[in-house]
Design a protein around this ligand. Sequence first.
Ligand SMILES: Cc1cc2nc3c(=O)[nH]c(=O)nc-3n(C[C@H](O)[C@H](O)[C@H](O)COP(=O)(O)OP(=O)(O)OC[C@H]3O[C@@H](n4cnc5c(N)ncnc54)[C@H](O)[C@@H]3O)c2cc1C
Length: 634
Amino acid sequence: MSSHSVIASAPSSPPPSKPASPSAVSTLQPLRGGNSYDIVVVYVDIVLLGVLGLFVLFALPRTISRLSRASEWKQGLFFYRRNALSPKSQDAFSMDGAGELKYGNVAANIQTVGSHGISDSYRGRSSGPTPRLVAPGDQELHAPKHTPAWSTRFPGISWVLSMQVLPGYSVGKVFLLLSWFGIMLFAGLFNINPFLYPGRAGIIVYSQLPLVFALGTKNNVIGMLIGQGYERLIYLHRFVGRFLVFAANVHAIGIIYEAMDAGDWSRVIYKGVIHWGIVALVCMDILFLLSLSTFVQRFYHIFYISHIVSAVVMLFATCFHYPAARPYIYATAAVYVLDHLLRVLKSRVTTAHLQPIPGLSMVRVQLHAVNCGWRAGQHVRIKVLSMGMGICGWMEPHPFTIASVAESANGEGLTLMCKKAGDWTGKLYALAEGNKETESQMGRDVTVLIDGPYGGPGNTVVTSYSGAMLVTGGSGLAYGLPIVEEFLQKGMQGVSAILVVDLVWSVRSPSHLSPMIPFFTRLLEQAPQANLSLRISVFYTRAVAASALQGLEVLPPGLTLAPGRTPLEKTLESVVESTHGAFLDGKSAPNGVFVGVCGPLALTEEVSNVVRNFDRGMFHAVGGIEVQEESFSW
Ligand SMILES: Cc1cc2nc3c(=O)[nH]c(=O)nc-3n(C[C@H](O)[C@H](O)[C@H](O)COP(=O)(O)OP(=O)(O)OC[C@H]3O[C@@H](n4cnc5c(N)ncnc54)[C@H](O)[C@@H]3O)c2cc1C
């Protein structure tokens, strides 16, 4: 039976027949057909689909819980605009006459507000404005239904699975990778000698192409099914991809060895199928070499373009190299085309206002024309269509987390906070600054192309928890802000269960706080109306002279500034205790605490460890503590 017929008739295939004896295995067997045991690859694919089905099943309670609210269907897929929400923004950052940054009517220089400023060490919740902090009864609240994650239902198993074994890799992740690897080894070696039959390695490669492509797409079907943002599956894409490159090379080396061993080399090299095989192999190797992290960090755009070109050429080449692979290639192409079609449908050309924030070395990008359609935690890809970005720069898409809440009543629109990190963001900053000599006010309007929203919280509904701790580092603040805004917005509408929120921001210098004070003040002022106890704690890590703290001595209530590392355990304890305290009347039980973290890998891992090792009694008393990690890299 040829492998073509094996693949094509997979569902109704008879049991495999006796394999050919090794002596009967031709040196060019893969070119002519396969081994009867190749059917194992199809069975393995069915098993993998079954495993995916299990994950979907496990995710189903939260999927149903989230999608049972009509409002959830309108969020997270496409950007749109609602006119009723769009008065000219009152809240946009602007410069006042004295060159101070303003947020609406709140000036940055808040010497008169509040009761405390720089704190030497961690202080208790009492520092923040404290509303009544009593959980409202069911009749008062129309909060989203809370469905705990499996980590809350089975904390023991979760404790083991969330243990970090390698940077960025928990036991759970490693277990998943090794399981897939084991299955592939089984399929690759089942009843054959890989040295005598390199064809199996080739079959493994094309059989996994739909998977590796599906895992790498932004409009990620697998992610949607299991309720996870695509960025949380990138590690799988990377691992599966690298294994396939390895398998493709094993396949090629085996063929070359066979041909040379049989003295057939010159005959083989003139075959068209071999030429296509070489093209596919070269593409595979380019995919691997140019996606090594050191290369990606330095030459992101070469990686990006080479990844697309090599992947597409590899698919074509595989079709011609081995026609039996075509059903798999078509499935792969369908996944790829669907993703790109959706990207086009998710694209918008609009005007953005660029505002430099010198104190933060950031540009605030504000798109008034887009004000609905995303969820807090999602990101967008943006191209700035201006020659000011350079000859190639205007064509480059860059991802940024959406730093504002959708459907904001102040008409703020979609906002990004882009930190100067390299060439492109540097040019963006220069463009935003404009010509300071001639322009009376910094900031300018440019045309942008955005596509999104992508990624994000998946099935997690942040407003369904009772408490939240948001830990952010540097520009990771862009992740925390829209979540806090959502708590406030939904709290005021009476559709949020959140009562206690701690936003922690770790920065290098205390001066980073100054431009944000007006914005933080606005958030803190709104908290009581949303029945929310909000506290914002800023920690700076660099030693500074006393003069650097000038103007920061007095801060609004609820906002603190302190030197040193973030006291994560204490902050979490405080959130958990306050949340638990709000339910002491016993009328209802807390829905758990959400912990969101965005920043460098070291920070996300530290937060994850703090949650893992948190007091079990309090963990249960508060209804569980669930972590979501975000980082600004793949
Ligand atoms: C999902 C996601 C969300 C992000 N959100 C924010 C945010 O809200 N605020 C913020 O300041 N930064 C954010 N970033 C980081 C931001 O995208 C990069 O800092 C920016 O693209 C760097 O471009 P550059 O040319 O100025 O710097 P470079 O010096 O070219 O690159 C600096 C780093 O960014 C990576 N990078 C460069 N271009 C891209 C790209 N097109 N896509 C992905 N990574 C790239 C490089 O690999 C390198 O590690 C986010 C990144 C990701 C992946």
